[in-house]
Design a protein around this ligand. Sequence first.
Ligand code: AMP
Length: 558
Amino acid sequence: MTGFLGFAELCGKVESVSGSLEKIDLASAFLSNLDEAELAVASNFIMGVVFAPSSDLVLGVGPSILYEALARACGCGSEKISEMLRATGDPGLVAAMAAEKKRPIGFAAFAETDALSISDVYSRFLAVAHASGKKSQDAKVKNLQFLFSQALPLEARYIARLAIEDMRIGIGEGGARDAIAKAFSRPAEDVERSYNLTNDMGLVAVSAKRGTLSELGVMLNHPIKMMLAQLSEGIPAAMKELGTAAVEWKYDGARVQIHKDGQKVRIFTRRLENVTASLPEIVSAAKTKIRATNAILDGEAVAIGKDGRPVAFQQILKRFRRKYDVEKLAAQIPLRLFLFDIIYLEDRSVVDKPLTERRKLLQETAADPTLLADQVLTGDLNEVEEIYKKALEAGHEGLMLKNPSSVYAPGKRGKNWLKIKPVMETLDLVVIGAKWGEGRRASFLGSYRLGCMETETGRILDVGWVATGLTDEALSDLTEMFKDLIVVQKDMEVELKPAVIFEVAYEEIQKSPNYSSGYALRFPRLVTVRDDKSLDEADTIERVTSLYKVQRGRSTSA
Ligand code: AMP
């Protein structure tokens, strides 16, 4: 059995080298020596993931639980922990320092406790996730405290970072994919495909080790990464690209992936969170109006107001988040389902069938045609323009133009789905810091530091600040939301655990030496909080660069 210390040493080495190839080499050498049970855990751990989304387990550890566990483990007050945090800016380092302090008699003391294994750490995290009910906070703290009390300083450093699922060693999904591919001599594309289908790097790694990657496919009750769309320059360009297109409205709602397994229904969001309990009318539609014993369906949940137009996205999110009085809110904000794809039907994956065939299957499966998104197959530019006009008049976002012969590509943003929207593309950026306001607004976090992702390393590069321009009430709500994510506070500024995505509009992207991305946004404006998006859906530095270039192209030709 490999000790957790071996894993912590690997993380230390990966963190200390800067090149992504070196990081991948180190990780692959480590993973290749693990047994299957350890491999399943460590492949998720290196990305800072404790439980894969299909497990339905949520750790539920915020900074306050972590700091309390540390304070108790090292026998110092939480003030001391806060002081150390201010000095280091890193909960991992604080955990290591706390672990050092708790063993004043030196190394000999370590021999007295059993070494932690990777599985021990995983089991404790399971106990943390299972803690529920009134005393759950305390149970979580106790389990973490136990782990810290067993850990060596280097182990404590990475246990703390795992607890808040932020490893900071520069390995994201891409790095883990390449490390697994290298460790077991498999093509990186095969590893990536399996991951997009299962969302469990542990399962993928074990299959890569066994040589059974090709057996991994779509699985009922396992959320699959959703196929995504690319922004098109406009209808003529998109139609030139596609020739004939399957034209659908781009409904203004929230994405849902519905798994029907007999009379059991599970609904996942775009972030692959299970929201079944919040959406009873969709569960009921899937049970009564889908003519299949089992199926996975893809669509948009839309809230239509009394005037027949879609209501604000925030209202839909309210529905998705609601855990109590669900039926009451459902009566106030009823949702309508527009299905536009089918992924799995009667025990078989249909992702490799062309869209036109999937559409036929979808039509046969839906007992009620009003559940379906309208679709027109056409190559006629004028007809597409007409449909676009109607979609906008009805209050929706625009159009989706899809390649009729394309397969369903999980997790891919490609040219087979092109979106047409009237406004300039906004950016989805990660909130990584904030500033307290002044005077009357001293108790609110008023401006927010934003970052974009570097795909290779999973690092977040900053692109500047957005001041929200919100009312006091809205600012107070935002502040409440971010309070639990504060990692360090220095004077008026706080560093936040990267977890929330802001959709930001702006007038121009400018080059800037002041930010690590090399870019800054001119006149940034908060459009909305994208609660439906996860970190891996935040925009990348590559996208910022390409938008910068497109915009340059436009302004010089104008
Ligand atoms: P975006 O969020 O701007 O990248 O656009 C993609 C999103 O549009 C999808 O994730 C869906 O939630 C939504 N959408 C609305 N209507 C459709 C449709 N007909 N086909 C695919 N996606 C749609």
